[in-house]
Write a protein that binds this ligand. Structure first.
Ligand SMILES: Nc1ncnc2c1ncn2[C@@H]1O[C@H](COP(=O)(O)OP(=O)(O)OP(=O)(O)O)[C@@H](O)[C@H]1O
Ligand SMILES: [Mg+2]
Length: 707
């Protein structure tokens, strides 16, 4: 063999080895994922064997012994409080059964989506039982909200936190000893883990037979596998050990199976009854919009969306990536006439609270926040959540967007996506366990122009698929997407990057796109800048390229490098396709989502009245009248206390009835034209009830009873 031949073959063999190594790398990644899942399943299996399989209401029919929807002694009392105190006409899914299980003395684990109505599941048993119920909740703001809401309903609720004054503390301790004066006591987890004095008072309360129930809200905080681990939650297991006969209720909005078993073990509730509700939020409309590269244009679009779709101060949240960005976006929205303020972790507690309060009371329309504006947002009537930048995972996006529409009324979740935002996030999350994997999952969600957005959530939370009902952009709007074969462009990009790497040069995503744009000009290729950005991301998702990170003194930079499957593209063995909109973007469709349904004159007046009443009574407008109640009152126009009581219950009628009836009478007497005939000032635009899907017309009622 000639030396040259040998060299040629050697070269060839080395190339093949590299190729095989690339493929091995992809398989190794896959194997790692499978190992992870394997150990997760083994842990679950072990827990199952140790504790016995808990009953799940969703996949196992209740046995005769455990038919939680049957009749119980407390039924009529429960119905009375539900309607006349809480003003709730019908239970939502699982609420009734959970209440019955708790009242029967069982430990219960509740997994129910945000806004599903978990609070009622412990608040109602708390007032049905004699004695005091203890609720552990992670945040003072969350506790304050709950206590304020309960006090507005005349339920004796108190809280014991680091902010509680001496007098109040004395009163609470006395109540614990006597078992009266307080019905529901909220505490932060530190009280359990750090205050011996509190624990000894609680012991006394229990000894006197006055501790009726223990609820652990936001229970996922117990588990290190959850998304919001709090060290003090780890010590809550003591409660079951100290008070084994007191029923314990653990509640959370999201918990993977691993987290569920972790919770049961940590809280010592192996025999609990488990209720798992779907993660589906049928009232939320999910959409992704291409984000312009010019910052001002993005703000213009956000402002236009809010102004056009929510012109009547309907509440919303805009999530931003950084603190600085929050401040800028809030200022720019204000410049465009929208009442907005920012919220982030750099602000002192007082300023944060002030902004939160103004927003809760509908005095501020939009909060522009970082992820710090998170757990504890209790506002039920948030109509839109806009993501100015993408979240770091599907789970975080589900949580953040899920703050919309907790009252069950139609609401919108809009995410502005630009591939160039990916490296900003990836350079933050790459050191986290599965951080990049999680990020790439949400990037896939954003890049997809055809797949149902909702189905991505079902897959992520391992739930079987449910109908989207045209409640996401990809299902609702006729597709103007074409799939383009960009294998040649990909080849050119990979080979260019390879040359750069061989010359020890590195490029960020944007630099790579710039260079490719110039190259395309030379050869007359036609991909636009945005499409090139999209292509880089697509190649990263497909392991053709990969991100690598370099630390500097001030930041971590993300560079694009050749990935394990690059050679496949170079050799023409791998086809690369891009989904490209044949029209500009879905801006037009966004407007189509909004429709011309009007709020009636009376609804408008009642909305104003509830705001006035809530300021007088130191509560939130929603606590005075829910949107649902406003719409029923406007339709039925009750003219007596008895009639009104049938809609909003005794307590609210006693408290606000005369003012409401006065308003109705004024409206009826004024002979104002019906809203159907109104086009002008007093008519309000509101999310439509009618949406056209590809196949049929779907009605989305804003009724809470839909659930
Ligand atoms: N059966 C019901 N009918 C109508 N409204 C209800 C019902 N149950 C609860 N609600 C209302 O739904 C809203 C959300 O309830 P709640 O705060 O208990 O949700 P949650 O499940 O605790 O959510 P999160 O996980 O966000 O804390 C509240 O305004 C509450 O009054
Ligand atoms: Mg809650």
């Amino acid at each position: 063999m000639e030396t040259e031949e040998i060299l040629a073959e050697l070269d060839n063999v080395e190339t093949q080895i590299q190729d095989v190594q690339g493929q091995i790398q992809v398989l190794l990644d896959q194997q790692e994922k499978l190992y992870e899942r394997q150990s997760e399943l083994k842990a679950i299996l072990e827990a199952c064997r140790a504790f016995g399989s808990p009953k799940a209401t969703d996949d196992a029919p209740p046995t005769a012994l455990e038919d939680w929807s049957g009749t119980f002694d407390w039924d009529s009392k429960a119905d009375h409080y539900k309607f006349h105190v809480f003003g709730i006409s019908k239970y939502r899914a699982n609420q009734h059964e959970i209440i019955n299980a708790v009242m029967s003395g069982r430990d219960v684990l509740v997994i129910m989506a945000a806004g599903g109505g978990k609070s009622l599941c412990y608040q109602l048993p708390a007032i049905l039982c004699d004695g005091i119920s203890l609720v552990v909740s992670p945040l003072i703001s969350l506790i304050q909200d709950q206590v304020m809401g309960l006090k507005a309903l005349d339920i004796p609720a108190s809280m014991l936190t680091s902010t509680t004054g001496k007098e109040e503390e004395k009163f609470i301790y006395k109540a614990l000893e006597k078992g009266e004066g307080v019905k529901i006591l909220y505490v932060t987890p530190e009280k359990i883990s750090k205050s011996k004095r509190f624990m000894s008072k609680l012991e006394k309360c229990h000894h006197g037979g006055h501790l009726s129930l223990i609820a652990i809200d936001e229970a996922h905080c117990c588990s290190q596998w959850g998304h919001d681990f709090r060290p003090d939650y780890k010590n809550l297991g003591i409660l079951k050990i100290q008070f084994p006969k007191v029923p314990m209720l653990a509640l959370t909005a999201t918990a993977t199976q691993k987290v569920q078993y972790d919770l049961m073990e940590m809280l010592h509730i192996p025999k609990c009854v488990k209720f798992v509700s779907t993660v589906n939020r049928p009232n939320l409309f999910y959409m992704v919009r291409e984000k312009a590269s010019v910052a001002k244009v993005v703000i213009d679009e956000i402002a236009e969306f809010i102004e056009e779709c929510y012109p009547n101060n309907e509440s919303g949240i805009v999530y931003c990536f950084s603190r600085k960005e929050c401040e800028q976006v809030a200022a720019e929205l204000r410049e465009r006439g929208i009442s907005a303020d920012y919220y982030h972790a750099d602000m002192d507690v007082k300023s944060r609270e002030k902004v939160h309060m103004r927003w809760s009371k509908n005095k501020l329309q939009v909060i522009v926040g970082t992820v710090a504006f998170g757990m504890g947002i209790n506002k039920p009537d948030v109509r839109f959540v806009i993501h100015h930048s993408l979240s770091k995972s599907m789970e975080t996006y589900y949580q953040e967007s899920g703050r919309a529409g907790r009252d069950g009324a139609p609401s919108e979740c809009l995410l502005f996506f630009r591939p160039a935002d990916v490296p900003r996030q990836s350079s933050m999350v790459f050191y986290e366990n599965s951080g990049l994997q999680n990020l790439y999952d949400i990037v896939r969600y954003c890049q997809s122009k055809r797949q149902c957005r909702r189905s991505a959530f079902f897959r992520h939370f391992s739930e079987s698929l449910q109908d989207c009902n045209g409640m996401c952009d990809n299902c609702a709007f006729s597709s103007d997407i074409i799939e383009v074969d960009v294998s040649e462009h990909a080849k050119m990009m990979v080979s260019f990057l390879q040359d750069m790497q061989e010359n020890d040069q590195r490029l960020t995503l944007l630099q790579l796109v710039d260079k490719m744009k110039n190259k395309h000009k030379e050869i007359g290729a036609e991909l636009k800048r945005e499409e090139l950005e999209q292509l880089v991301i697509q190649l990263i998702l497909e392991s053709v390229l990969k991100e690598e990170f370099q630390h500097t003194a001030y930041a971590t930079n993300a560079y694009v490098k050749i990935g394990p499957l690059a050679r496949q593209v170079l050799q023409g063995k791998k086809t690369v396709k891009l989904e490209i909109s044949s029209k500009q973007n879905k801006a037009g469709n966004l407007k189509k989502v909004k429709r011309s349904l009007t709020l009636s004159g009376m609804e408008f007046k009642l909305d104003k009245l509830r705001k006035e009443l809530s300021s007088c009574h130191g509560t939130t407008p929603h606590a005075v009248l829910s949107a649902q109640q406003i719409s029923v009152i406007s339709a039925q126009k009750p003219n007596s206390t008895e009639e009104l009581e049938k809609i909003i219950g005794k307590l609210k009628t006693e408290r606000y009835g005369s003012k409401i009836l006065e308003e109705i009478k004024k409206f009826v007497d004024s002979d104002e034209p019906d809203y159907d005939k109104l086009n002008g000032e007093s008519s309000k635009k509101r999310p439509t009830k009618k949406r056209k899907t590809k196949n049929n017309v779907v009605l989305i009622e804003s009724s809470e009873d839909d659930k």
